[in-house]
Design a protein around this ligand. Structure first.
Ligand code: F3S
Length: 701
């Protein structure tokens, strides 16, 4: 038969503390305990034999010292003890005390207090007493479902209840109440024991649960074991063991409650060993009680001892963990309540810790409820273990600072960029919130000089840590490095992918007399003034402006010299398309003289379409220079002589247009005469000219 003793067995620190206080009382001359010191009859009897007697009520005690038991008493009863002039020795377990205080606080704050547990258990009765008797005790979620709707409910648990039951009750309460606040009061010692019980019972044929029948935590262990399917026996002493329990069993697990002294568990272990070896247990036990152990017997005890030892070490660890919080230590805790004055956090100490509002690190207009909610797990720094009202004073602000410095250290080493909000503009740069206060010198805000830093305030920007000095509380960051890097990456990508003939979107960065520079993504291309429009453009500003996003055609890519030529007009409709339909040979059209050359005058017919009036076509006489006939800017009517769309050429004639006009005028004037039957004379037709000539002759004379 394989026998396994649970590692988490024997006195928990709360029980041991109470027993030690009772022993001290016995040493000091004895006294009374109000009810059993712990729920273990042999221990209570042993203490009574040493002078610490159990009193059922206060009436039984007239004088001397009074021990308040590990399960606590109501504040009213404690007060009565004091009023009677008796010496109070409070052995209430610190975790029970925490539950009492939580219940009192909830009740004071106007919550309906719900306690999950056994209403007959002394611990539960003591906690109810701390709410002035107003708390409601429930056994499970079914009890909640029978209750009417509620407003604000504060729920806590008997220290030894299973966590699953508390969760089920909370869930049921959430459907009943507007607000549910949970106070975590389940003892971790209990949770550890229950978890181990579940594990051991799952692999054992028989489970022995050693402990007092009134001990709630021992009863819970037995219930867990039964639920796991193991044959379970709850016994108070080794004398109750019956050999028949183990028929056919190969594995036996021994569990012990938190109020079971080691010596009882050791007796059960020894008994199992004897049974396994086929000895007569009674005789052996009798022998053991009456005589000093022989050497071999001592050896046997040593076999069982290590497991018992490991159990007590486990408890010592727990006790130590609860005691050893140090000022300045960074710990993790669970938010148990959030109020306007601060946040209560369970950090596994005998009482909850409080983060005063000033230690939360709230930002402008932020409230505690904006920052955390009940159930959140957060890091806090212990500011003062012995704070006001016994609460540990905690600081989230300092813990956040710690986290922020660690994070900054890590990103400083890795070079990873971080996003930070800009909180202010100061002389010489920007202030940002990098978890702690950070500074960006003005020279590191952008790639170029930034005259006005104000627009950055309120923005979230990407930066890199360039300097960290924790002792001087200095964090220097750069945005410029990130921008330069992005620029480099973009540039490489653009050069890798750009091809002649493709159309790209770019931003006009700069205008010059000869064209516009367009940013194509880290690389600037030149859009020459001649490529801006099909028409005549004197300055690029006539077509584009800085900051404008435009589509451009890539005309030429010179990777060697890192030059890119762009065209804008190429993506606009070509005016030479269907030009012959618009300018029919022989037709007379209007235009404007835009340029003179020795061989003629250029006339713009529409933007982008210029035609040439050859010098021979300017007048019906010999012309030495075009300026003799026309001037730049002059509006003229010209006759289309020929159109060559491929060569983008149109030949025009001013002379022929005028001849046509004169002919038309002549014909117009000759027409009425012809219709009247008479013939027009040369004088009629050229009277104007002749009149003008006469005037000129007159001027000359
Ligand atoms: Fe206290 Fe937990 Fe023991 S509540 S009495 S330490 S089981």
């Amino acid at each position: 038969m394989r026998v396994t003793l649970a590692k988490n067995a024997g006195f928990c620190f709360g029980v041991r503390r109470a027993v030690e206080m009772a022993e001290q009382m016995a040493n000091d001359g004895g006294g009374h305990s109000l009810g059993p010191v712990i729920h273990n009859r042999p221990v209570v009897e042993a203490l009574a034999a040493r002078g610490v007697k159990e009193a059922v009520g206060l009436d039984e005690i007239e004088s001397g010292a009074v021990l308040l038991p590990s399960h606590g008493v109501s504040p009213g009863l404690a007060e009565e003890v004091r009023r009677k002039g008796l010496v109070v020795c409070d052995a209430t377990c610190p975790l029970v005390k925490r539950a009492q205080e939580a219940a009192a606080r909830l009740s004071e704050e106007g919550y309906t207090v719900v306690i999950v547990g056994d209403p007959k258990h002394t611990e539960v009765q003591s906690v109810v007493g701390w709410t002035g008797g107003k708390a409601v005790v429930v056994d499970g979620p079914e009890d909640i479902r029978k209750m009417p709707p509620m407003d604000r409910v504060g729920v806590l648990s008997q220290t030894t209840q299973p966590a699953a039951k508390l969760e089920a009750v909370v869930e049921a309460l959430r459907e009943k109440a507007r607000e549910v606040r949970v106070e975590p009061t389940i003892c971790r010692v209990t949770l550890d024991r229950q978890a181990e019980a579940r594990e051991l019972a799952g692999g054992a044929d028989v489970v022995l649960v050693v402990g007092g029948r009134h001990s709630a935590n021992t009863r819970q262990l037995a219930e867990i074991s039964r639920a796991a399917g193991a044959r379970t026996y709850h016994l108070e002493s080794a004398a109750e063991v019956e050999p028949g329990w183990f028929s056919g069993a190969e594995t036996v697990a021994i569990l012990a409650g938190a109020s079971t002294p080691d010596w009882i568990t050791e007796e059960v272990v020894a008994m199992m060993k004897e049974l396994d070896e086929g000895k007569e247990p009674e005789a052996e036990r009798e022998e053991a009680r009456t005589a000093e152990p022989s050497e071999p017997a001592k050896e046997e005890e040593k076999v069982a001892a290590p497991e018992v030892e490991s159990m007590t070490e486990g408890q010592a660890e727990m006790e130590k963990a609860l005691r050893d919080l140090k000022n300045g230590e960074l710990v993790r805790g669970k938010v148990v309540s959030v109020g306007d004055e601060g946040v209560m956090v369970d950090v596994g100490y005998k009482s909850e810790g409080i983060i005063p509002v000033g230690e939360l690190g709230l930002k402008d207009n932020q409230t505690p409820a904006d920052m955390v909610k009940v159930g959140d797990e957060i890091n806090v720094v212990i500011k003062n273990v012995e704070g006001q009202d016994g609460n540990v004073i905690l600081s989230k602000r300092r813990a956040d600072d710690e986290d922020a410095w660690k994070h900054l250290q890590a990103v400083h080493e890795s070079g990873e960029p971080i996003e930070v909000p800009v909180t202010a503009e100061v002389k010489g740069g920007l202030i940002v919130d990098a978890g702690v206060r950070g500074f960006i010198p003005a020279s590191h805000v952008s790639r170029g000089f930034v005259k006005d830093l104000k627009p950055f305030v309120g923005q979230e920007i990407k930066v890199r840590v360039i300097e960290l000095d924790r002792p001087r509380n200095q964090v220097i960051l750069s945005r410029k490095l990130i921008l330069e890097e992005e620029q480099r990456r973009l540039r490489e990508e653009t050069w890798r992918n750009i091809n002649e003939g493709e159309v790209r979107t770019g931003v006009v960065k700069r205008l010059t007399d000869f064209g516009a520079f367009v940013d194509l993504g880290g690389v600037d291309g030149l859009l020459h003034v001649s490529e801006l429009s099909w028409g005549r453009v004197k300055h690029p500003s006539e077509v584009v402006h800085e900051g404008q996003e435009i589509k451009v055609k890539v005309l030429k890519v010179d990777r060697e010299n890192e030059r890119i030529s762009l065209g804008y007009k190429q993506i606009l409709p070509d005016p030479w398309t269907s030009i012959q339909e618009r300018y029919v040979e022989g037709s007379v059209v209007a235009g404007k003289v835009v340029r003179l050359a020795p061989f003629g005058a250029f006339v713009e017919l529409q933007p982008g379409i210029d035609g040439l009036v050859h010098i021979s076509q300017l007048a019906d006489r010999r012309v030495a220079k075009p300026e003799e006939v026309v001037s730049v800017g002059q509006e003229v009517k010209v006759k289309v002589l020929g159109v060559n769309p491929q060569a983008h050429r149109i030949s025009l004639s001013l002379r022929e247009a005028e001849e046509d006009r004169d002919r038309a005028e002549y014909e117009q004037k000759a027409k009425p005469e012809a219709e009247g039957g008479g013939l027009a004379t040369i004088g009629d037709v050229f009277s104007d000219l002749l009149t003008g000539q006469k005037g000129q002759d007159k001027d000359k004379s």
